[in-house]
Design a protein around this ligand. Structure first.
Ligand code: AMP
Length: 528
């Protein structure tokens, strides 16, 4: 990739205040296990984490629990570099097990507990774990899947130097491992920032999920840049209801809190009323959510209480400008939209101080370089960018270009240097030879009072190559009139962008992070 063919997004520096957070005390610490130990020991008897249904665990209690997990893993044959699959609903045990995996020097594979057998099988076969830690209710199923996994073969490319596991795979219950009182004497630890920390499985909307191999350095770099940008401090208290198997909840929420040593209220799931109540009860300062959560929160009577927070973050999917404005008018403060992905952790964010622009994801985070190539694809470079796809040199080479990572997202940079994401390159519609970005049409449709939500996809068409098809969730107000809606679109959009078909649906198909499943919509549209 020639630098001359790239448009660079300018950096963040102008928005960094002089007061750097305490995270800067630890710039050279090499691994997440050590970072967690330092923060948790420093917290000592002060609170670190509370499940909504339980009591506060102090820093020391949480670290003790994490060490019990590390010792249970070591007793099960886990050595530095072994993969450990961790799966379960959000709980203090799950969070402590994350730290236990790092203390043991092992590589964390966080899996969605709602995976189907096929999805679990793929992750087990691909990541070749030595052990699986899971919730009690998954034990029997996961044991059966683990015992039928094929013997691990050597792999090529990223991760090929990781130790090959012994078989059989050990399957451990999270709760029982946390209760075991073994002393953890500390084993051989991960060695430095280049050591693999985690394998994050991509959502797999275009084929089998790939395992993104992230190093300790990648995750620490991202935690530090986000902490700097959002003025995160040890005094913060985070409301965390994002799942801990995904980068947003795990990489930003939990690892960020371990990095800064701030307290966390952990919710088993998203419950708007419980969240609103916790804001005053817990004196919370920060909430991280996805747009689908905000869409429900704006209908909650207690949402105005979010005004007590100093920071509301939205990410993982586009935050429609109309929703941004509703949040701002109800809470009196604008949400901070940011952009990241499994392969890179966090890349770009709207500023904490300074203008937060609706419809944009803001400016490159400290230490992250962002560029747009001549096709409009967003490229990213920085210490946050992952090491490659586990055992998949082909996919890795395809996505790296002269040191830059091709994100697969299309975007543009405005005159103030703010990045706007137009959508995944795979979702781009080419209709009658013209490019149509679904996001532009969706944002516009949502402005109509009869529309609560909308998603746009391209569907094969003999006449147009692809035609624009919109799925629309009607709002409570009024009837949905497809012709009137098309006429409304026609006033604001070029004719080739106006949906050829408008299909009303009760709800849009979404994954666990609230991302719309475009392939599912294309299937529905093709079926008529
Ligand atoms: P995942 O790897 O599951 O975290 O998905 C990453 C993808 O989510 C990115 O490549 C983007 O397509 C999308 N994404 C994340 N944050 C945003 C955002 N703020 N606006 C639009 N898309 C986003």
């Amino acid at each position: 990739m020639k630098a001359s063919s790239l448009t660079f997004a300018p950096g963040w520096q102008a928005h960094l205040g002089a007061n750097l957070p305490a995270a800067d005390r630890l710039p050279n610490v090499g691994d997440l296990g050590t970072v967690a130990e330092i923060s948790l020991e420093e917290l000592g008897g002060r609170p670190f984490l509370r499940e909504t249904t339980g009591d506060w665990l102090s820093g020391r209690e949480f670290l003790d629990r994490a060490r019990r997990f590390a010792s249970a893993l070591a007793a099960s044959g886990v050595v530095p570099g072994s993969r450990v699959v961790l799966t379960g609903g959000n709980s203090a045990d799950l969070a402590a097990a994350v730290v236990g995996v790092f203390l043991a020097g092992a590589v964390l594979v966080a899996a969605n507990p709602a995976y189907s057998d096929r999805e679990f099988e793929h992750v087990i076969k691909d990541s070749r774990p030595s052990a699986i830690l899971c919730d009690e209710d998954l034990l029997v199923r996961v044991e059966a899947l683990a015992s039928s996994a094929p013997p691990p073969e050597p792999i090529d490319g990223p991760g090929s130097d990781l130790p090959r596991p012994e078989v059989p795979i050990r399957v451990l219950s999270l709760r029982r491992s946390a209760e075991r009182g073994d002393d953890w004497r500390g084993g051989s630890r991960a060695s430095g920032r280049s050591w693999p920390a985690m394998i994050a499985y991509t959502s797999g909307t275009t084929g089998a999920p790939k395992g993104a191999l992230l190093t300790h350095g990648n995750l620490l770099a991202s935690a530090r840049s986000v902490a700097l940008a959002w003025r995160w401090s040890a005094e913060d208290r985070l409301l965390l209801c994002l799942p801990l198997f995904h980068m947003h909840g795990l990489g930003v929420g939990l690892i960020g809190s371990l990095f800064m040593g701030n307290a966390v209220v952990l919710f088993p799931r998203f419950e708007p009323a419980a969240l609103a109540a916790a804001i005053s009860q817990e004196r919370a300062t920060m909430f991280f959510g996805v747009p689908a959560m905000y869409r429900r929160l704006v209908d909650e009577p207690g949402f105005a209480d979010f005004a007590r927070l100093r920071l509301m973050v939205s990410g993982s999917a586009p935050l429609p400008p109309a929703l941004f404005e509703r949040i701002r008018s109800q809470v009196g403060a604008a949400p901070v939209e940011r952009y990241g992905m499994s392969e890179t952790a966090m890349n770009v964010s709207n500023p904490y101080e300074g203008l937060r622009k609706p419809g944009t994801v803001g400016l490159p985070l400290p230490g992250v370089e962002v560029a747009i190539d001549s096709t409009g694809e967003i490229l990213v470079r920085g210490e946050n960018v992952f090491a490659g796809y586990l055992g998949n040199p082909g996919a890795t080479n395809e996505r790296f270009d002269g040191g830059w990572f091709r994100t697969g997202d299309m975007g543009s940079v405005d005159a103030d240097g703010y990045l706007r994401i137009d959508g995944r390159s795979s979702d781009l519609i080419i209709s009658g030879g013209f490019n149509v970005y679904p996001r532009e049409v969706e944002d516009q449709l949502r402005e109509h009072p009869s529309v609560a939500d909308a998603a746009v996809v391209g569907v094969q068409s003999d006449r147009w190559g692809e035609e624009v098809v919109a799925f629309v969730v009607p709002s409570a107000e009024g009837e949905l009139d497809a012709d009137a809606l098309r006429a409304f679109s026609g006033k604001l959009l070029a004719p080739y962008k106006v949906p050829k078909r408008i299909i009303p649906v009760e709800a849009l198909p979404r994954n666990a992070m609230g991302k719309v499943l475009a392939y599912e919509l294309r299937r529905m549209a093709a079926e008529g």
